[in-house]
Design a protein around this ligand. Sequence first.
Ligand code: BES
Ligand code: ZN
Length: 618
Amino acid sequence: MKTKAIFCFYALIFFSCTEKTTNEEQEMTIQDPHSYAIPEESKVTHLDWAASVNFQNKVINATAVLHLENSKDAAKVMLDTKGLNITSVKSNGEDMDYSLGDYDKHLGRSLEVAITPDTKTITVNYTTSKAAEALQWLDPVQTADGNGPFLFTQSQAILARSWVPIQDSPGIRFTYNATVKVPQGMMALMSAENPQKVSADGQYSFKMEEPIPAYLLALSVGYVEFVSLGERSGVYAEPSVLDKAAYEFGDLEKMITAAEDLYGPYKWGRYDIIVLPPSFPFGGMENPRLTFATPTILAGDRSLTSLVAHELAHSWSGNLVTNATWNDFWLNEGFTVYFEHRIMESLYGRDYSEMLASLAAQDLQDEIAEMIADDNAKDTHLKLELEGRNPDDGVTSIAYDKGYFFLRYLEEKVGREKWDAFVKQYFTENAFKVMTTEAFIEYLETNLIDKERINIGTVKINEWIYQPGLPDDAVIPESDRFEKVDKEMNRFVQGTPAEELESEEWSSHEWLHFVRAIPDTMKIAELKELDDQFGFTKTGNSEVLAAWLVQSVKHEYESAYGRLETFLINTGRRKFLSPIYGELVKTEAGTKMAREVYEKARPNYHFVATNTIDEMLK
Ligand code: BES
Ligand code: ZN
């Protein structure tokens, strides 16, 4: 069955159109290959969600009332679902005709409901399946405090449909209200206006008054508490983690102010963060008003908080101006990495942010080399072709770091002042709208290139977006601070003892660079010397540890294997798991070890992590 969502959005700029429109603004048809929705026929504009969270059976029982906006001859509304057990679909109390389409392993099943143009709402009663991919149900032992179970969701990219029947396309926005019933004593939180105290009866209500796409729907239920960090920000975490988290995010208010000074007002009211248990598969997720974060960023010295700057930046890039489809994912992530680095630069200075840029450059060059070697050159284009594939395939450093370097290149072409004015205008004029790569190019040409009379011949827009690798005039930064690190590594390799290396002032980024710079030819005795001197195997910094474990596997430094095993069992952050398992599977002995550890670790991982690691170990 071939299905695609086709939807229209209003572009301020002029495109050729497949549909005639009377609107003054031109309409453009965009196809989202990852949704069954047909929003130009009937579009969800608001969701009323009433749910009860059942930890015993690990299911959510819910009623979703979907408010529709219909075309004048609408006959059906198309929704996305995955694994939902639907018990009824009604409108005004009457049963509606509905049917579920064939199952697709990425897309799930369409839910087609017959309507008339006058149908204002439909009400779907359903239960999630035990295997719902967005949901991770944790046993008490998988939490920090072990006080009770925990549930969190991860909807991006196309997993919202596994817990809500919805039009699960980033180009379709709706507001929502929710009431959620949870066991007494637990706190429920959503990507919405949130409570700060545990409710006496386990009942919570939520509202999100700004329209959001489905991938930003989020729910977390656990024994967490809140602490305020400032006027409009705070942090939720399990009690034993709360103080550490509050310390780590001490600069959050400053970050929000810095972000606003750069690119305009924060539009979402509050900005809170919840620190989840360690199986959370990402570093962070930009759920509006409530970023979800991994505890692996709690390094104790605020050294990994660029991740907070990143998720905060998504409040503009992604949450306000949203990629139209997952093929345009670089618009979300590339802009966010760019904005993240600018926030870090304004808080901690250029030489600090240049370390981040330099780490990004390393990641990017490695990834490009690997993809080209694997014959996946097309996946190094900024504009992706993910139809028929899992949109997760697009989560690579191309969207993030090539996207970042493209925007940085544009900044350098036109100068920071003009560039910043342009970016601010871009966020302001496109707020709560969707953006395709093509519409972005048009917007860029109109509002920056033409306006500033820049010779387009020297700006290789198409090469960046539609060609593999990096254009030859890409600027790849060199960090002075990293040059010093390289010098020290060289001295060590030449025979200077580890204890004589000059590393007193190093931040965790310098340490990360140092560990990454360990040459393949280094001997085990030398690794041991470094470890004895600098304590890598026992470091509390997860980024440094993950890089060190990769080196340990590569060099068969067995002293680190104990820590490697506990780390893999306790941490579910995919960004760390993939390189470590990836290094293990390069040898036969490593593969054996990977399989053994994975057997113990797998029950602790979220679907998005097992989906990746299953593939590596099969
Ligand atoms: N939105 C992403 C996470 C994501 C992307 C989830 C695609 C599912 C599909 C989030 O903002 C992100 O980029 N997280 C990074 C943070 C890092 C780049 C600072 C992560 O989790 O490592
Ligand atoms: Zn991101």
